[in-house]
Design a protein around this ligand. Structure first.
Ligand SMILES: NC(=O)c1ccc[n+]([C@@H]2O[C@H](COP(=O)([O-])OP(=O)(O)OC[C@H]3O[C@@H](n4cnc5c(N)ncnc54)[C@H](OP(=O)(O)O)[C@@H]3O)[C@@H](O)[C@H]2O)c1
Length: 217
């Protein structure tokens, strides 16, 4: 497969935070991926010396080793800060986003400062009995689609970039098959009502979560 037909994203993990370690980590990723360039490189978590990491990433971008750089799991406070104190602005912020946590406030700020929101966990990894949700199932029946397809279509129509995961070929096909229908305004509103406004995993504002991440540095 020609390299240009692939879009390769990777991240700098917390244990590689800091200018020197991130620089080495980028080289290691290029080597492991057997490629001359990475399409999108993100900081995985906003902990440790991530400003140092970002400087190494800006440098790699200027050297054409990376085509675009961004962040992941940066809540609005940290996202705004790194946006203001960076030379190359984050192209993407990959955050937990699904019907049960729609990231309405975070999205507003990303839009204002021109960063694309990307969803991790578009199915909340199956939490909350996701694929059996009666609202998504009922809407899906109208269009001949599954709850999973409704969930993805909702995010697409909300200008969210998605990376759903499946280890099953037939589900991958199902997840790709969302470009031939359009949810009505009324159905979009019903799905907006499912927003609980908080994480189904953990909050990056919770000191216990931060302590846990610190243990990984
Ligand atoms: N930046 C971060 O901190 C972060 C954190 C977590 C994940 N991610 C990334 O986000 C991407 C999404 O993965 P995720 O782990 O967050 O999970 P996800 O996409 O929300 O959900 C994956 C789960 O949904 C199931 N599934 C997928 N399609 C389905 C379908 N059509 N019908 C029924 N079940 C279906 C999968 O099962 P099967 O595999 O059995 O089909 C799997 O259990 C991955 O690339 C991951 O690496 C990033």
């Amino acid at each position: 497969m020609p390299r240009e037909e692939l879009f390769i994203t990777t991240k700098v993990w917390i244990s590689n935070a800091g200018y020197e370690k991130a620089k080495a980590s980028i080289q290691e990723s290029l080597k492991k991926l057997r490629t001359d360039y990475i399409d999108l490189l993100l900081i995985h978590q906003p902990f440790g010396d991530y400003y140092g990491s970002y400087r190494a990433m800006e440098e790699a971008c200027k050297a054409s080793k990376v085509r675009a750089i961004g962040v992941s799991n940066f809540y609005p406070d940290r996202y705004l800060d790194i946006h203001h104190f960076s030379e190359i602005k984050p192209a993407v912020n990959q955050v937990e986003t699904h019907v049960f946590w729609q990231q309405k406030t975070a999205k507003e700020y990303m839009k204002k400062y021109n960063t694309q929101i990307m969803s991790w966990g578009p199915f909340a990894e199956g939490k909350n009995n996701y694929f059996q949700n009666p609202v998504m199932k009922e809407i899906g029946e109208k269009y001949g689609k599954t709850a999973a397809q409704v969930a993805l279509r909702f995010l697409l129509q909300s200008d969210v970039v998605l990376i759903p995961k499946s280890t099953h070929k037939e589900r991958m096909e199902e997840n790709f098959n969302v470009f031939d229908f359009m949810l009505s305004g009324e159905d979009m509103k019903k799905l907006e009502m499912l927003d609980g406004g908080e994480s189904l995993f953990f909050s990056h504002y919770d000191p216990k979560t931060v302590e846990w991440f610190m243990g990984l540095v």
